[in-house]
Design a protein around this ligand. Sequence first.
Ligand code: ATP
Ligand code: ZN
Ligand code: MG
Length: 500
Amino acid sequence: MEFDLKARFSFSGEISSKKDEINKFLSHISDQFLKNDENNSSTIEILKLEKSLLIFNIKSEGVFRPHSVILQIKNYFSKEFGSKYHIGIREIIVESYQISFELEKEILKKFSIPFADLDFQGKQVKINLKDLDEEFLKRNYIDRMINRVKEKVEDQYYEGKGEFWKLIWKSDEKTPVWEKDPTVEMVRLEWLKQGPTKGKWFFRPQAAAIMEAMEKIAIKEILQPLGFQEVIESHIVPFDIWLKTGHLEGMPGEFYYVSEPATRDVEKWERFVDLTKITKTVPFDELKENLSIPSAGICYAQCPMIYWSFKGKTIAEESLPILIYDKTAISNRYESGGRHGIERVDEFHRIEPVYIGTKEQLLKLREKMLERYKHVFNNIFDLEWRMAWVTPWYMQQAGKTHDESTQETGTIDFEAYMPYRGNRADSEWLEFQNLSILGEKYIKVFTIKAQKSDLWSGCSGIGLERWTTAFLAQKGLDPDKWPDGFKKYLGNLPEGIRFL
Ligand code: ATP
Ligand code: ZN
Ligand code: MG
């Protein structure tokens, strides 16, 4: 990497008479900072010294990064000149800064990043920055900008790659009872009604009973036998949680955002009320005045809030592994063009078990969970389904699509054959749940500790709408044709409501 930084230091008093001293000082700094590694070459040169102004240039090549010492140079000056001459530093500005380096691969398409201009030439990239103040330097933006450039180039190559998918296990073929789309049929029968807004559904008694049975099965057949305990979390996730988990940078276009009212003051809302009463429409312009900008979103997945609940905690060895689940927070995702039936919706009901324990505990737990899941999908649903290693969800959510799973950490998707979509080989199977072990990623981010052990964590997303459609797509809507194992949970459907 090559760096070329031009800095302007404004002192509180006249310093131009101290040229020799400054020169000596800079070369001392240069020796100290810049020359302690043979792979680096670097120079510091005074460009201007006039009254209380010093402008100098640092050029370097190698791993040494001038932006990471500029604040230290300021501190040295403040100390030296402060104690000797009572001269302080008023302001430091990096007037210009060029960072040039070679990318691993040539860019496929030009792109930009905030705070800088980028020049690309073959594999070479130059980041041009201007007029950086002390605050900017302190916040460590520059290293992150360099990383972001590298990452954006990598992403361009990821986009073209197919998704990582490796079969682990598959069930026998099962003869489907029918080949219809269950959502369409349930809507026709008035078991289901499309919700008032995009990707939402109203479950009438019959469909609600099926969802309810799914939840019961998940709890009675999987979570309780394994010793999971229920927790209840908030639906509203403040941004600082998603900043930590990476969701905020991963999928800002998929959240439903939450705004608080700017005020509860009745007087401030008076005009809104008047306009509503008079126009009988929503006065959006007036509403905007009374809302705060969102600082949170509706639950996207339950685990971030669960990890947050352990933030900074030290867990007693006897509580390991921690096995908990939430079934109350409803997940909301702006699925846009991908919506279909109740299987890809904007608002869905999910149970999310989360587990925290030693690596050995979690690897053992995964085997036990897979056993219970198999029991449900084979013996209760009699499903045609399969399991595959896929890209871990936190990588997907960071926009990455390719990863060779280590099989210790990683994500397993559970997929069901959907007869209405076509034949087994060519149609897309439905991911109806997943199971991940994520290693120490979130443990570190939320500084969760144990007395002695090193901790890992993981989670599994049980989508009740997905369980429901996977089951109904293969087994139909007639309870008489449902497998006996399922009939034990739901033998008869509620009568429902007859419409004229
Ligand atoms: P997909 O690839 O289908 O979008 P995903 O990888 O985004 O799924 P995860 O974030 O891994 O899904 O969530 C885990 C589970 O949550 C899924 O296996 C599924 O059961 C459920 N789920 C996710 N998105 C939806 C949705 N839009 N509608 C219904 N269920 C969903
Ligand atoms: Zn999760
Ligand atoms: Mg998705």
